[in-house]
Design a protein around this ligand. Structure first.
Ligand code: RBF
Length: 165
């Protein structure tokens, strides 16, 4: 086993997501990779006990829209946590840097303002290959790498439980 990556919590009494209401917002940019990440997130939430009827999935165009959507939907009071999922792939212009910075800062602000966990599920990749690997779709077999979507499901449940302590 390597050094990198997420290990299980040793301080939470329970890691059961039963009863938690989780909002998943994903982009439609780079959708094939985003869909794979979202599927792993939802599968992990269900594995952790979140009822599928308590998982709400919403779409936005791109990563830049994620903070606004998280804010608009969290203010309904209907959710214990939000997971914002997107894939930014660097192009030839400065768009990547500006969108990455805006969406990162925006999501942090929305979570702190709402006093609810907002999980950062945006890959910021220098190439398509990097993005594929981080969605578990890399390599010639299309199956190498680690799908980070599962980790985002863990983070959402953990942070929602921590917020209720
Ligand atoms: N949105 C993403 O989620 N991922 C991207 O890689 C991405 N690249 C973009 C590149 C350019 C040149 C532009 C103009 C937009 C890009 N967007 C991307 C869309 C952005 O997040 C947003 O949806 C639009 O700028 C509309 O506000």
């Amino acid at each position: 086993m390597g050094i990198k990556g997420l290990t299980a919590s040793t301080t939470l009494a329970s890691t059961s997501g039963a009863g938690l209401k989780v909002l998943v917002i994903h982009t439609r940019w780079n959708l094939s990779i985003v869909d794979t990440l979202t599927a792993a997130t939802v599968a992990k939430l269900i594995e952790l006990g979140v009822a599928s009827s308590d998982i709400t999935i919403k779409q936005v165009p791109g990563a830049y829209e994620l903070p606004f959507a998280a804010q608009a939907l969290l203010k309904t009071g209907a959710y214990d946590a939000a997971i914002a999922i997107g894939v930014l792939i660097k192009g030839d212009t400065m768009h990547f840097e500006y969108i990455a910075d805006a969406s990162t800062q925006g999501l942090m602000r929305v979570g702190l303002d709402a006093k609810l966990p907002v999980i950062f599920g945006i890959l910021t990749c220098l190439s398509e290959e990097q993005a594929l690997l981080r969605a578990g779709l890399g390599g010639p077999d299309g199956k190498s790498g680690h799908n980070h979507g599962a980790d985002w499901g863990v983070a959402a449940v953990e942070m929602a439980l921590l917020n209720k302590l």
